[in-house]
Write a protein that binds this ligand. Structure first.
Ligand code: GDP
Ligand code: ZN
Length: 396
C-alpha cells in the first residue's frame, strides 16, 4: 500500500510559498524518525502545536507517516530510526509527508540500527531470575563497545535484604560501575528519578528477558505515547525481527529505544581492543603502563593489568573467544582469496586455486553487458511512485 499522494490545493499553495492560514507549513519541518515499517517512516515532529494534526488527541505529538524522497533513494541515503529529518509537504488531514533530508548523525549504532543514541540503560534483576554475573558482564561489554554512556539498573531489590543489595553494589563498584538499586514494582518515585537522567536524550533499553524492562517502559511512558508509533497492521511487517527498532517518546522529552536486537550480547571486537571494554583495565592502565604497548595482559612480562581482580578470569576467557573469532575470519578471508569454490553437477564441492587476483582481470563483454542491464533496471525504477512525486515537484 502506498500513501495517498493527492494533496489538498491549500497545501500545494503552501509548498509554493504562498501566504498560508496555517503557520506550520510555511517553514521547514523537523522531526525524529521513531519507526520504520517497509518503506514508510513515522516521523515525530518537533515544536509543533497539537492542533497541527486535527485527529490526534490532546497531549500527543504529531506523527506523520512519511515516504523517502526519490533523491535520497538515488543518493543511496538510508534513513535510520533516530535520524533527525526534514519533512516536506505535510498532508495534515491524511497525516502524511515526505522526508527530504537527513540531518548529520551524532552517533550511529549498527546492531540494532539506531542513529543519535546518547546512552544505554541496562536493566538486570537482582533476583528472579538470579543475577548471572557472566551474562551481566557480557551485556556490559556489549554496551561498552558502543562507546556510549551506560546506566546500570539492578531491579527487584524488593526481593532481597538490604544487606544483599549492598553486597552487589560493592561487588559491581569493583567492576567500575555504580548501579541504581531499584524496585520498579514498589518504588513510585523511580519514574521521576529516571526521567531526569533520560530527558532530551535517546536511550537504548537493554537487558535479558524477565528483568522488568516492559514494566519499566510502562511506568515511564504514558499509554498514549506507546500507542503513537503503533502504525496500522498492514505496515507492521518485520515487527518481530531483531532488527526492528522503535522509539517511544518520554513525557519530559527524549526517547526510549525498544530494541530486541541489543539483547544478544555477542562481543565483536579485536584482541587488542577487548581490554578497552573493561573499566578495571582502563583504571589500571591510567595508573601504570604495561611494558609492551601491544600487551594482551596474559603472561607478558611487566604487565600492569594481570592480577587478582574479579573479572580478570573472565577477560582471559573472552580474549580466547575473540582470538578464535579473528582466526576464523582470517582463515575464511584467505580461503576466499586463494580458492574458487565450484559446485559440480553431482552436488560435490570442488575447491580450485584462483589463477589471478580479481582486480587485475579485464571485465568480459558479458560482465559489461550485465552491468549495463542492471543500470537500465535501476533507471526504470524512476517510474516508482516516490520518484514520480519528485518529477511532479519539478513540474510545478
Ligand atoms: P522484561 O521481560 O524484561 O520486559 O520483564 P517484565 O517487565 O515483563 O517483568 C518480568 C516479571 O518481573 C513480571 O512478572 C513483573 O511483574 C516482574 N517485576 C518487574 N519489576 C519487578 C520488581 O521491581 N519487583 C518484583 N518483585 N517483580 C518485578
Ligand atoms: Zn598488560
Amino acid at each position: 500500500m502506498k500513501p495517498d499522494t493527492v494533496r489538498p490545493d491549500a497545501l500545494r499553495l503552501d509548498a509554493m510559498g504562498a501566504v498560508s492560514s496555517t503557520p506550520f507549513t510555511a517553514e521547514a519541518l523537523t522531526g525524529t524518525v521513531v519507526s520504520i515499517k517497509a518503506n514508510y517512516y513515522s516521523v515525530q515532529l518537533e515544536g509543533m502545536a497539537e492542533e497541527a494534526l486535527p485527529q490526534i488527541s490532546s497531549g500527543e505529538k504529531p506523527v506523520l507517516l512519511c515516504i523517502r524522497r526519490g533523491l535520497l533513494k538515488k543518493l543511496g541515503q538510508q534513513i535510520m530510526v533516530g535520524d533527525r529529518v526534514t519533512v516536506e509537504e505535510p498532508d495534515w488531514q491524511g497525516g502524511r509527508g515526505a522526508i527530504a533530508a537527513i540531518h548529520p548523525r551524532r552517533t550511529f549504532l549498527d546492531r540494532p540500527p539506531v542513529a543519535n543514541v546518547d546512552q544505554v540503560l541496562l536493566v538486570f534483576a537482582i533476583a528472579e531470575p538470579d543475577l548471572d554475573t557472566h551474562q551481566l558482564s557480557r551485556f556490559l561489554l556489549k554496551a561498552e563497545s558502543t562507546g556510549l554512556s551506560i546506566t546500570l539498573c539492578l531491579n527487584k531489590c524488593d526481593l532481597v535484604t538490604e544487606e544483599i543489595a549492598h553486597q552487589w553494589q560493592d561487588r559491581l563498584a569493583g567492576w567500575g560501575y555504580t548501579p541504581l538499586m531499584v524496585s520498579i514494582r514498589d518504588d513510585f518515585e523511580l519514574p521521576k528519578r529516571l526521567l531526569t537522567a533520560l530527558q532530551g536524550k535517546i536511550t537504548v533499553l537493554a537487558g535479558p528477558s524477565g528483568v522488568g524492562k516492559s514494566s519499566l517502559t510502562n511506568r515511564l511512558i504514558p499509554a498514549q505515547n506507546l500507542r503513537v508509533s503503533a502504525v496500522s497492521g498492514k505496515l507492521s511487517r518485520g515487527r518481530h525481527t531483531t532488527r526492528h527498532v522503535e522509539l517511544y517518546e518520554l513525557p519530559n522529552g527524549g526517547f526510549l529505544a525498544d530494541t530486541p536486537g541489543f539483547n544478544q550480547p555477542d562481543i565483536v571486537t579485536t584482541a587488542e581492543a577487548l581490554g578497552d571494554l573493561f573499566p578495571e583495565i582502563h583504571q589500571r592502565l591510567t595508573d601504570k603502563s604495561c611494558q609492551f604497548s601491544n600487551c594482551l595482559h596474559r603472561d607478558e612480562p611487566g604487565c600492569a593489568v594481570r592480577g587478582a581482580w574479579e573479572r580478570y578470569e573472565h577477560y582471559l576467557l573472552l580474549l580466547e573467544e575473540v582470538i578464535k573469532q579473528q582466526q576464523a575470519l582470517l582463515h575464511k578471508g584467505e580461503a576466499e582469496a586463494t580458492e574458487k569454490v565450484k559446485m559440480l553437477e553431482d552436488g560435490k564441492i570442488l575447491h580450485e586455486p584462483r589463477l589471478e587476483a580479481k582486480k587485475y582481470r579485464r571485465t568480459s563483454r558479458k560482465t559489461r553487458n550485465q552491468a549495463f542491464q542492471e543500470l537500465c533496471l535501476d533507471l526504470s525504477e524512476v517510474s516508482d511512485l516516490e520518484d514520480l512525486e519528485d518529477l511532479e515537484d519539478l513540474g510545478r
